[in-house]
Design a protein around this ligand. Structure first.
Ligand code: EPZ
Length: 433
């Protein structure tokens, strides 16, 4: 298994180009199941999760072609790093999403809604638990039932079917769920009549999906609000759609600048996708300057502790909580970090402590007492964002940090060592460590 070795303590200085958002690209890929015409996605990130989703869709019969970066027109449209992927679901050969693929990546569950709406049936493995919490799918299933799906769960699989088209209805989510909103939204596009989704998630990735579905001929209004209205249509057509920039990658590299007290210019991204984190950075004393095309993040030596509470968008994202904790471990004074989305998302705490961080967890909150110096140590990655928080802490720590089990990082960060290395980080991947 690969590891990442970091010799920390170097202020980073340079430019980083942000890729397309993993969590936008995954449901967009699943949306290809809704039509027999090609869906072309521009600015696709190159990540293990994207490959896994591609493999899942291929086994359903979706044809996938890539135009690599550097190839003429595609290179211009693909944006600075991404590539262009065309998915064509003209002949679906299987309605089953097997355990082996869905277990590896929860986003595999996104095939349920579109497959059911287009084919009238779907058999999708339950995703199972995951490191950050139990992460049920009950809300996805209940929502689909409310628009007419018949659902049975047996032998680890969800069997969903519908006689004729799904039937539009008013669905109110009892709590905000990103994946649940996405699954229902995709299914509702092909339902008969109107579906009203109340307490819908407002994450920018949902806006990207809704815009894509509209480009395919769907009729969705209320995009960006907590109420989505979908007027069902009998069929959807092809479209060409750009994946939005990855706001969590953006925030992670903003913190790389702050934690090393350096200066990084972020390109190919958008300030409005991550205002809550930029506001917190400013409160901590970090300078954040945004122009139309760049965000420059620069940090002085002393930073102050700032509390953070994770919330659905536009609140502080749970996917930035671990990185924020790493930064706060180096600030002057204390801060309280409260996780409200997942029940078990503090697994980075014992590992950050190995680097010298002073953190105490009390239920869903962690008290972080900042200290002057972190020191390098071997640590173990547990999930994607926990892993990157250890890389960030390692960049700030004096001496050598070895982050083991980095396959988690490859699921969500494209060419991480290269991007950080170009800003002066002493970071390398050790194969098979
Ligand atoms: C999405 O997960 C993201 N994944 C996560 O990204 C992100 O942390 C999360 O949203 C919150 O922003 C993708 O987009 C692929 P939820 P999702 O449904 O959709 C509970 C990353 O690091 N719940 O909004 O699974 C659930 O357990 C990650 O990139 C139910 O109880 O999140 C959680 O406590 C990991 N029943 C809460 O709701 C359900 O049926 C919010 O989860 C569904 C969810």
């Amino acid at each position: 298994m690969d590891a990442i070795r970091i010799n920390g303590g170097v202020p980073l200085n340079g430019e980083i180009v942000i890729g397309g958002a993993k969590n936008a690209a995954l449901p967009l890929m699943a949306a290809s199941l809704l039509s027999d015409a090609p869906l072309t996605l521009v600015n696709m990130p190159e990540l293990v999760d994207i490959t896994t989703m591609g493999n899942l869709l291929r086994q359903h019969g979706v044809h996938i072609s890539q135009e690599a970066f550097g190839a003429g027109r595609a290179a211009v449209e693909a944006g600075p790093t991404g590539r262009t992927t065309t998915l064509t679901a003209d002949r679906l050969t299987s309605v089953t999403a097997p355990y082996d693929l869905v277990r590896r990546m929860r986003a595999g569950f996104f095939v349920l809604g579109p497959m059911l709406a287009r084919m009238g049936e779907a058999k999708v493995s339950l995703p199972g638990g995951c490191a950050i919490g139990t992460r049920g799918v009950d809300l996805h299933l209940k929502a689909l039932e409310e628009i007419g799906a018949k659902i049975e769960v047996k032998e680890g699989y969800v069997y969903a079917s519908t006689r004729g088209r799904l039937k539009g209805a008013k669905v109110t989510f009892p709590m905000v769920t990103v994946g649940g909103t996405e699954n229902l939204l995709m299914a509702a596009t092909l339902a008969e009549g109107e579906t009203i989704i109340e307490n819908a998630a407002r994450e920018p990735e949902i806006g990207n999906l809704a815009d894509c579905l509209n480009a395919m001929g769907a009729k969705i209004t209320g995009i960006g609000t907590g109420t989505l209205r979908v007027s069902g249509v009998p069929t959807l057509h092809g479209a060409r759609v750009a994946v939005i920039p990855d706001r969590i990658e953006t925030g992670t590299y903003a913190i790389a600048a702050a934690i090393t007290r350096g200066r990084i210019v972020l390109k190919g991204t958008r300030y409005d996708l991550l205002e809550s984190v930029f506001t917190a950075l400013r409160q901590a004393g970090v300078s954040v300057e945004a122009t139309e095309n760049t965000i420059t993040v620069a940090a002085p030596n002393g930073l102050s502790g700032v509390d953070a509470v994770t919330e659905p968008y536009p609140g502080f994202p749970t996917d930035m909580q671990a990185q924020w904790m790493a930064l706060m471990a180096t600030a002057d004074g204390a801060s309280m970090i409260t996780e409200t989305i997942f029940e078990n998302r503090f697994m980075h705490v014992p590992e950050l402590r190995r680097l010298g961080a002073d953190v105490n967890v009390h239920g869903g909150s962690a008290i972080v007492r900042g200290r002057k110096d972190l020191t390098g140590a071997p640590v173990m990655a547990t999930d994607l964002r926990a892993s990157v928080s250890l890389v960030l802490a390692g960049l700030a720590a004096k001496g050598e940090t070895l982050v083991n089990r980095v396959y988690h990082l490859d699921r969500g960060y494209e060419r991480l060592e290269e991007k950080l290395g170009a800003c002066g980080a002493r970071i390398e991947r050790i194969s098979g460590a």
